[in-house]
Design a protein around this ligand. Structure first.
Ligand SMILES: [Zn+2]
Length: 460
């Protein structure tokens, strides 16, 4: 259902016509638009039955579009929390201009099959999101080192999601190895619901196989000792948890970007989003970037083992060792790019996420935002030109950050697993016993998904 409203900006009296589409996912949402004339921010709460102005502007129902004269110029914008929508534009003859709805536009572009897949993904994640308060509690307990309460909560959630039955008990109740494993699977299954695709599972499997190979080499064992003697791994985990918590708050506002991969070619000049502001995304990106710089040190170490058989030997762009580099407080971000050139094995998990020029522009507030065009322009020293990105581009980058977060979380989990195993001989024995049964946890998860899909197909 689509509803039209006319608003009047209370600052400059500009008339703005909006058309909002009821969401499939949420009962109400907050749209953020800007007055086409004076660029003042207007926040609107949209529900199935009414529109409530939260800031600026006056709702003017008196003047419907049909009453406006043909030559009257007015701004028009579409609102929808789950689709890309037509950006604000001035029309001189809006009465006679027809617009397809965001829903029809999307479906004609990405086709029914992809549309169903996109819908299913979002719906399922929203169901999982109902458990977020508990997941957040588990995360907090872990960060605060209140380990004894974690397993109970984690088991409840895994049971609800249908995974508990398949988790083989490897250690005793409240053994840190087990608590860590339960924490990890709650985090993993949660984000896999929304991020999971072919490439995602391929990367997860790659990580599981390769970390094991690298960590059990002579150089890997020394690397493990280096990390075990510091609290770096705990610190990295907490930094990733930080990003997970932040992402959960913006997810609902960037839903449309999860459909972006299905579009062949979406014209971002004309289509945008109205459920999130640049500032919210900038603050997420900035903080996540800082955290990821620290956490990605582990990738550098792994590259060193993989390519030079020595965790302390960096690729030869600098003279320092890994240990010296990691102890630096400042300037890591600026030179980090040199460490991830894309030609070493573990670069692929971070390279898409790092844009140091964009991050610097954000940090120094060195950018210009065009609110109506939904674009942000910053100067690139490297290419000596202005670079323009759209709100949708930035939201997409924020989504990509989550892939990196889950990959890094998997890497740290796998590394830490070996470290914890060193002090748990009983668990090593149990793992060896279960090995004959084959199938690791991720494969089981994937199989379970396949079984579910097959069942659904049969029912049809
Ligand atoms: Zn105005």
């Amino acid at each position: 259902m689509n509803t039209r409203y006319n608003l009047k900006c209370s600052v400059c009296n500009q008339l703005i016509s909006i058309r909002s589409q009821v969401s499939t996912f949420v009962d109400s949402y907050i749209a953020i638009i800007y007055c086409g004339n004076c660029k003042t921010e207007i926040k609107i709460k949209i529900t199935d039955v009414e529109v409530e102005l939260l800031s600026n502007s006056i709702y003017s129902p008196v003047k419907s579009l049909d009453d406006s004269s043909d030559d009257e110029e007015l701004f028009f914008i579409e609102l929808a929390p789950d689709f890309f929508t037509t950006k604000m534009k001035k029309y001189s003859n809006i009465k006679n201009t027809t617009f397809e709805t965001p829903f029809l536009n999307t479906i004609s572009d990405i086709k029914h099959k992809n549309y169903d897949e996109y819908m299913k993904k979002i719906m399922l994640f929203l169901v999982y999101q109902l458990d977020w308060p508990k997941i957040k509690t588990i995360n907090d307990l872990w960060v605060n080192k209140q380990y004894e309460y974690i397993q109970k909560y984690a088991e409840e959630i895994l049971d609800k999601w249908g995974f508990l039955k398949e988790m083989i008990k490897l250690g005793n109740e409240n053994e840190i190895f087990e608590i860590h494993r339960y924490l990890h699977y709650v985090q993993f299954y949660y984000f896999a619901k929304i991020l999971g695709n072919k490439m995602f599972y391929k990367n997860i499997e790659y990580i599981q196989e390769n970390i094991k190979k690298l960590i059990t080499t002579e150089s890997g064992i020394i690397f493990l000792d280096f990390f075990s003697s510091s609290n770096l791994l705990d610190n990295y985990e907490n930094k990733l948890i930080d990003i997970m918590n932040d992402f959960n708050a913006i997810f609902i506002k960037i839903i449309p970007v999860f459909s972006l991969d299905y579009f062949k070619d979406l014209n971002l000049e004309n289509y945008g989003m109205t459920s999130v502001s640049f500032y919210e995304l900038i603050s997420f990106y900035e903080k996540a970037y800082e955290n990821l710089i620290e956490v990605s040190m582990i990738l550098i170490g792994l590259n060193n083992i993989r390519h030079r058989n020595n965790y302390d030997e960096l690729r030869d762009t600098t003279k320092e060792t890994f240990t010296e580099f990691i102890e630096k407080d400042k300037g890591k971000g600026a030179i980090l790019k040199e460490k991830f050139l894309g030609d070493e094995e573990f670069d692929k998990f971070i390279i898409e996420t790092f844009d140091s020029e964009l991050r610097n522009a954000f940090a120094h507030r060195d950018y210009h935002i065009d609110w109506i065009e939904q674009s942000l322009t910053y100067y690139s020293k490297k290419s000596k030109t202005n670079i323009r990105i759209f709100l949708v581009d930035l939201a997409y980058m924020c989504m990509k950050i989550m892939y990196t977060v889950v990959y890094l979380n998997e890497i740290i989990y796998q590394v830490k697993r070996f470290w914890l195993l060193k002090s748990s001989p009983n668990i090593v024995k149990n793992i060896m016993n279960h090995k004959s049964k084959g199938l690791n946890d991720i494969q089981k998860f994937k199989n379970k998904q396949n079984i579910k899909n097959r069942k659904k197909k049969k029912r049809k």
